[in-house]
Design a protein around this ligand. Structure first.
Ligand SMILES: Nc1nc2c(ncn2[C@@H]2O[C@H](COP(=O)(O)OP(=O)(O)OP(=O)(O)O)[C@@H](O)[C@H]2O)c(=O)[nH]1
Ligand SMILES: [Mg+2]
Length: 179
């Protein structure tokens, strides 16, 4: 069970990289951010529309509750200024999978998020007896068809951080923040 190293977050190439952490309600966004940052984050800013930005070392993470965005609403700047995306979903919640896949597709269509690397976390991996497998999720999200950006799917237990470190290294590498 790797610990996500603070040292890496402090030594990234960019001054203040921004990562969007998107998912529907109950996916595990808050748990992920709390455990990713070991509770060391600066006080949250920018609380609006189901969004919350926290800073950890050099990195700014903004969580976005996709359920809170009304359909067809246009919010200027909602997707502006990011260099990478984490999409988190609850592997146990297979009833919601089609709904989650629709949100995922919409996110990929956002012009401001075009070409950004996307890390998909299949969260609640600890509940393995009941979870969907990652191949099935990958198919539902149509990951093999994505050709215009780097993408990676990984199992995660946000509660224990299991699965976090390797995947975050992949994301930082894809964002060209580390070699
Ligand atoms: N078993 C298990 N439970 C988890 C895991 N991650 C989160 N949870 C639980 O799932 C529930 C929802 O997690 P949150 O982090 O609140 O989810 P969220 O995406 O922030 O949800 P909203 O704020 O409602 O949009 C909580 O009860 C968490 O304790 C995990 O990896 N494993
Ligand atoms: Mg939350």
């Amino acid at each position: 069970m790797g610990q996500f190293p603070a040292k890496i977050c402090n030594s990234l190439r960019s001054e203040e990289p921004r990562i969007l952490v998107a998912g529907v309600k109950g996916a595990g966004k808050t748990t992920l951010l709390e455990n990713l940052t070991f509770g060391e984050q600066e006080p949250p800013q920018n609380i609006q529309l189901g969004m919350q930005t926290i800073r950890y070392k050099k990195v700014k993470f903004t969580s976005l509750d996709l359920d809170s965005i009304p359909a067809n609403a246009e919010y200027e700047g909602l997707y502006h200024g990011y260099q990478g995306i984490i999409f988190i979903l609850d592997l146990q919640d297979f009833k919601k999978m089609d709904y989650v896949a629709r949100h995922f597709k919409k996110l990929l269509e956002q012009p401001e998020l075009k070409n950004l690397p996307i890390l998909v976390f299949g969260n609640k991996y600890d509940l393995d007896a009941k979870v969907m497998n990652l191949k099935e999720v990958s198919r539902k999200l149509e990951l093999p068809e994505i050709k215009d950006r780097q993408h990676y799917i990984h199992g995660l237990c946000a509660l224990t951080r299991e699965g976090l470190t390797d995947a975050m290294f992949w994301l930082f590498h894809s964002m060209k923040l580390i070699d």
